[in-house]
Design a protein. Structure first.
Length: 404
């Protein structure tokens, strides 16, 4: 077997293992939402109290993610990725035995400690271990895995288990699935292994580099732009996932199943778009043009949903188009972030910029909820279009700091 064939085989294994880890991360992020009605009845608490669990999760995860890249750069992303899977899986497993509502709060913090490592660890592993000619597809499959996690969580946990055996069984099985996946990844851990910084002189040098990185963050316009890109993208997604169905029902008096089909089409289009975006990123070396162009088109399509009176069939089709365009942008966006990362600081870079996801995920629903409370239902879609438009500007700024 020739060396290129060996390299391709190794790349496939690395990409598959990292995509599986990312799937689990997103799987656990949304696992509690579908169970809220059952948890409310079990513990006799309000939806606001249940929402606090999610806010705590994203707040802790975002704060930690901004700095966990130091550990990734120093000790390698492979160890941190396994730590994340085991920690999140264990937290969810223990949630299935929670005797009272308050127990869910510290377990949410524990899950956040696991969740915060994935983006800096995953993307650092891919950047270091996958051949540059396949990096776009690697980032694409990484994102595809995350989208599949969003989709599979309610299907497996709510419809597959909780609706039959109860929410406790659903969480316990979900935790066991993650621990089983961790054993599988551990079995092939050699393929993911990255260099560790062990010598004292190297650690001291690393401390100086870490301090310099964070001191220079506020003046690093490309990385600040990347942070705001992720905050805008996450805020838009959180708003759509939380309120688009209700907004369509309010505007058109649409049946619930038709309104829900919109966000389903969005996620389906996004999954396909990510895969195609990975191919485009590898075949055409213009990541800024691909990312900004597809986001601009997504903004236009989303504005059409908010601006015009359309049939539900047309709206569902536009939702699919928006998801597809936003998905196409993602692998090229990650290549731009990698290109803007200072030498030896990919973990810290991905950790910082991806903490924008948690920030947007926490703030977005508040903004969209305020619009809904004011009866501005169309602004759920128009505001999303504005966020995509602003994201285009951040991509153009990110290009200036990228060598891609």
């Amino acid at each position: 077997m020739t060396a290129p064939h060996l390299a391709g085989r190794s790349d496939t294994l690395v990409i598959g293992l990292v995509a599986l880890a990312h799937l689990l991360s997103h799987f656990y992020q949304v696992i509690l939402g579908p169970l809220f009605p059952l948890l409310k009845a079990e513990f006799g608490v309000s939806y606001t109290a249940l929402g606090l669990i999610i806010s705590v999760f994203y707040g802790v995860s975002g704060l930690c993610q901004a700095f966990v890249g130091i550990l990734v750069d120093r000790y390698g992303g492979d160890r941190l990725m396994l730590f994340g899977i085991v920690t999140m899986s264990s937290a969810v497993l223990l949630m299935g035995f929670a005797p009272a509502y308050w127990v869910l709060i510290p377990l949410s913090v524990l899950a956040a400690f696991g969740n915060c490592v994935f983006h800096p660890a995953d993307l650092s592993i891919l950047s270091a271990k996958v051949h540059p000619s396949r990096l776009g597809r690697a980032f694409g499959l990484h994102g595809f895995g995350g989208t599949c996690g969003y989709f599979l969580a309610p299907v497996i946990v709510y419809y597959g288990i909780a609706s039959i055996a109860g929410w406790r069984a659903g969480l316990v099985v979900a935790g066991l699935l993650g621990l089983g996946a961790a054993l599988l990844i551990y079995r092939f851990r050699a393929a993911l292994e990255m260099p560790r910084t062990t010598a004292k002189a190297e650690r001291e040098s690393g401390n100086s580099a870490d301090a310099a990185f964070y001191k220079g963050l506020l003046t690093n316009k490309p990385l600040v732009a990347a942070f705001f890109y992720f905050a805008l993208a996450a805020g838009a997604l959180a708003g759509l996932q939380s309120f688009s169905v209700t907004a369509l029902v309010e505007i058109y008096n649409a049946p619930l199943y038709m309104a829900a089909a919109g966000i389903t089409a969005f996620l389906g289009g996004s999954a396909v778009g990510i895969l195609i975006g990975g191919e485009l990123a590898d075949r055409f070396r213009y990541p800024a043009a691909i990312a900004s162009g597809s986001l601009a088109l997504a903004a236009v399509l989303m504005a059409c949903i908010g601006w015009f009176d359309l049939s539900m069939i047309a709206i569902i089709a536009l939702f699919c188009g928006v998801g597809f365009c936003s998905g196409v942008s993602q692998p090229s966006r990650d290549i731009l972030v990698k290109g803007a990362a200072p030498t030896g600081a990919s973990g810290k870079t991905f950790g910082f910029v991806y903490s924008g996801l948690d920030f947007g995920g926490a703030v977005g629903p508040i903004i969209f909820g305020w619009m809904m409370d004011g009866g501005e239902y169309r602004w759920v879609f128009l505001a999303t279009a504005v966020m995509y438009g602003l994201a285009v500007l951040t991509v153009l700024q990110l290009r200036k700091g990228s060598s891609a």
